[in-house]
Design a binder for this molecule. Structure first.
Ligand SMILES: Nc1nc2c(ncn2[C@@H]2O[C@H](COP(=O)(O)OP(=O)(O)OP(=O)(O)O)[C@@H](O)[C@H]2O)c(=O)[nH]1
Ligand SMILES: [Mg+2]
Length: 311
């Protein structure tokens, strides 16, 4: 077989996933690409136009389209690349003061491609001026993104030191090959409340700090309070490295604590199934909390958080 034929066959065997990397200039996009290629920190110069690279990551071929982040490239080059993206990586410099500009660039890009999964990277967490995760989520309104139907993963990393770097790209690799695991969530706490604010079922899969639990209870009370105005809906609050999800569907409310890059859409599905089961059993006067405990164990065993020591 001639070498050209071999190359064609190889190309056919191995599907390449187009990963479009965007973010303001100097966010760290090319540094991330270099770390993917060489597993180390390599100094960069600004990208003029676009930089194409291919990398095999955990047996998956990524075709990386590393776009220049300066305004001229944002206007000229981003849209045509985004339209063809299989996945989008948005990189933010966590210490950059241009937060409004970054937010506009992010949300404009989301409009250019409404389907592709999004890996949101808050980079440069090694810098002393890096914003906290909560601030970034709030400033860029990221809960709106995690609530959308496409997979959205949020990660804080340092492309310089490598902190959390592979967690982020493992998530992306799972997403592009359609692995089930990314659509799972790791339930820490689930709580079911009725309209009279009675906790009718609570289950904790791990112990959590009081601060988080207080925040969780507060967000549940606020949602209960709004229940009269709006009988169905959902709230997502990011607290530390967790998400507090409150789903209401008159007359019940379910609160869940999940990991910060877990699928909110999936946690909503679990909450709705729990509410349906609970209301059906309440109606016939046969409610028992064991039924719900068993339901979670049977239906979503992989969505239950297991602390590392129990793995
Ligand atoms: N401290 C720190 N510096 C970083 C990190 N990542 C990148 N940098 C530095 O940030 C500067 C810009 O990085 P680049 O990777 O070139 O940024 P870019 O997003 O590709 O920029 P453009 O190509 O202009 O769009 C460089 O000096 C990098 O060394 C990080 O995690 N921590
Ligand atoms: Mg660059």
């Amino acid at each position: 077989m001639s070498s050209i034929l071999r190359r064609i066959f190889k190309g056919k065997d191995q599907q390449q996933h187009q990963i479009v990397i965007i973010g303001l200039d100097s966010a760290g996009k090319t540094t991330i690409v270099n770390r993917l290629l060489r597993s180390e920190f390599i100094p960069t110069t600004r990208t003029l136009g676009v930089n194409y690279r291919t990398v095999k990551y955990r047996q998956i071929m990524f075709s990386l389209i590393d776009l220049g982040g300066q305004e001229i490239y944002r206007n000229l080059l981003w849209q045509p690349s985004l339209e063809k993206a299989d996945a989008i990586v948005f990189v933010l410099d966590s210490a950059d003061l241009r937060i409004t500009e970054a937010s506009t660039a992010f949300w404009e890009s989301m409009k250019q491609n409404e389907q592709a999964p999004v890996l949101f990277i808050a980079n440069k967490i090694d810098l002393p001026g890096a914003r906290t995760f909560d601030t970034i989520v709030q400033d860029l309104d990221l809960t709106r993104a995690t609530r959308s139907s496409r997979p959205v993963g949020l990660f804080r990393i340092s492309a310089k030191t490598g902190e959390n770097f592979y967690d982020a790209f493992d998530w992306l690799a799972d997403v592009v090959v359609g692995s089930e695991s990314v659509f799972k969530c790791k339930l820490r706490v689930v709580i079911l409340i009725d309209l009279d604010s009675h906790k009718i079922w609570t289950t904790k899969y791990t112990s959590l700090g009081n601060e988080i639990l207080n925040e969780f209870n507060k967000s549940i009370s606020e949602t209960m309070h709004d229940l009269l105005k709006e009988p169905a809906g959902m709230e997502v609050i990011i607290a530390s490295d967790l998400q507090l999800v409150v789903v209401k569907n008159h007359p019940l409310v379910v609160g869940l604590i999940i990991g910060y890059s877990d699928s909110v859409v999936r946690s909503k599905l679990i909450a709705e199934r729990l509410m349906n089961t609970a209301s059906a059993s309440i109606e016939i006067g046969e409610f028992s909390s064991q039924v719900l405990t068993k339901l979670v164990k049977r239906q979503w065993p992989l969505d239950i958080y297991k602390p590392k020591s129990q793995d």
